[in-house]
Write a protein that binds this ligand. Structure first.
Ligand code: FES
Ligand SMILES: [Fe+2]
Length: 473
């Protein structure tokens, strides 16, 4: 496909027809055409029009806390490196040398005084300026100032590091994430999920860095009669206080949108994840949609080593276009869905842990069922009487990863079957369950908007406009 100088595609994918871009209400809508999942042209189109115009999760921000520390990754198909420069400013660049495209760093994280290309040794300052160019004395008309690294946008939300390749065409990170922290920590009472145990909060001081945050407007005007405890964030869901633990990466032979669709509905839980259904109260499973994300949530039905105590909430946030935040008390699992090919993707699973309720039950399906974990120091919550541990014990982390691995294997298997079905002669598009597939409809509507914005901007000759894309409903 022909490319313009600005990197955008010169033509829409042949399978993208204007008549398919209409958005109907959930109750009457059809799913998007199968061609959008299988057509090779959509691979590049999705990257440019959707993934590059979004904030991409990279890893834990704690890894770039000190000057000289860096993290690298590949997001939206592009190698990137985020680094804390000597002045203490966080920066991010394409991890691409201006000589002949070599990598500056080849490890996921580390520390360096300079960024040195691993190919021929050009060196760059941590602010991106080219500094050292070995054996270039006889090269003419060469000015180092023309060959600095290409800088991209970088941001931190709740201890998570993000970069954005096209910040002029993407809303600010804080705008996109607006409301998530308030909802899960309960600092905005109006946004809380009414569920057994959901009103439990930890004592003031449990979240050490809360005072540095901007208080939501509703919290500022809270009536004085509220007890001080009820104004503190629930530390079980205070993501910024969690500690990074591990990364798993899964290869999936399915289009990235197949994986996202599957994530966004609880409809498949009874048949695909019977073990997970034993832990969550499927009867109260709810999907809510917001500007840039959707939320599936459910109370935890049964205590388990993997999921912790019963009656706490499990939150499953999907942030458009490819980020998932799977939140349990004291545990955050971040998923990033990466394109690989039109019929393949990979999924990053990063695990973070914090405080948790204690007394977990048996690990479902595990041979060690019933075994008592080694309990770390525990304290009794003074308001609720619930026992809270300062950190999740290692065997519970292992149980969590093992259980997630089993659920992921089930999802991969069904997604790969679905990809084959989408590629078959028998299928083009289907319909949605009003009760259980609202999240899929929300995602597919946001995709259509991104495609429409691109096509209409193209027709108007306004490619690379500075305005952010139209918000999804
Ligand atoms: S590609 Fe970086 S020094 Fe040659
Ligand atoms: Fe699933």
């Amino acid at each position: 496909m022909e490319r313009r100088a600005d990197g955008l595609l010169a033509a829409r994918p042949a399978a993208l027809r204007a008549e398919d871009l209409g958005i109907s209400p959930l109750a009457t809508s059809e799913t998007i055409p199968s061609a959008w999942y299988v057509d090779a042209d959509f691979h590049a189109f999705d990257r440019k029009v959707v993934l590059e115009r979004s904030w991409q999760y990279v890893g834990p921000a704690s890894r770039v806390a000190e000057p000289g520390t860096f993290v690298s990754d590949i997001v939206a198909g592009n190698p990137v490196v985020a680094v804390r420069d000597r002045a203490g400013r966080l920066r991010a660049f394409y991890n691409v040398c201006k000589h002949r495209g070599g990598p500056l760093v080849t490890t996921p994280c580390g520390a360096a005084r300079m960024l040195q290309c691993q190919y021929h040794g050009w060196t760059y300052r941590l602010d991106g300026m080219l500094r050292g160019v070995p054996r270039f004395d006889r090269t003419e008309l060469f000015d180092k100032r023309d060959y600095g690294l290409t800088e991209i946008a970088v941001g931190i939300w709740e201890g998570l590091l993000f970069v954005c390749l096209r910040p002029d065409e993407t809303p600010p990170l804080a705008d996109i994430m607006q409301g998530i922290r308030e909802r899960i920590t309960g600092v905005d009472p109006a946004a809380r999920v009414p569920a057994p145990g959901a009103a439990d909060v930890l004592a003031p001081g449990a979240a050490a860095d809360y005072t540095s945050r901007e208080m939501p407007a509703k919290e500022k005007s809270a009536p004085e009669s509220l007890a001080p405890e009820s104004q503190a964030p629930n530390a079980l869901y205070d993501l910024a206080s969690f500690t990074y633990a591990a990364r798993d990466v899964y290869a999936v032979k399915a289009n990235w949108k197949v994986y996202v669709d599957n994530y966004l509905e609880g409809y498949h839980l009874p048949l695909v994840h019977p073990e997970l259904c034993d832990l969550l109260d499927f009867s109260t499973y709810v999907t809510e949609t917001f500007d840039w994300y959707s939320l599936q949530h459910s109370p935890i039905k049964a205590a388990s080593k993997a999921y912790g105590a019963a009656n706490e909430q499990a939150y499953y946030y999907f942030v458009f276009p490819n980020l998932m935040l799977n939140i349990l008390p004291g545990r955050l699992q971040v998923n990033r869905v990466d394109q690989v090919a039109s019929n393949a993707c990979s999924v990053v699973f990063d695990y973070y842990y914090g405080q948790s309720t204690s007394s977990p039950g048996p690990n479902p399906g595990s041979e060690s069922e019933g075994a008592e974990p080694k309990a770390p120091p525990a304290t009794t919550h003074r308001t609720t009487g619930r026992t809270v541990v300062d950190r999740i014990p290692p065997d519970r982390i292992a149980a969590d990863r093992a259980f997630s691995d089993r659920v992921q294997a089930e999802d991969i298997d069904i997604c790969e079957h679905v990809q084959r079905g989408l590629q078959s002669n028998a299928y083009d598009r289907g319909r949605f369950s009003y009760d259980l597939e609202g999240g899929v409809h929300h995602f597919q509507s946001a995709l259509k908007r991104a495609y429409r914005d691109e096509l209409y901007a193209r027709e108007a000759g306004e490619l690379s406009v500075a305005a952010p894309p139209t918000r999804p409903e």
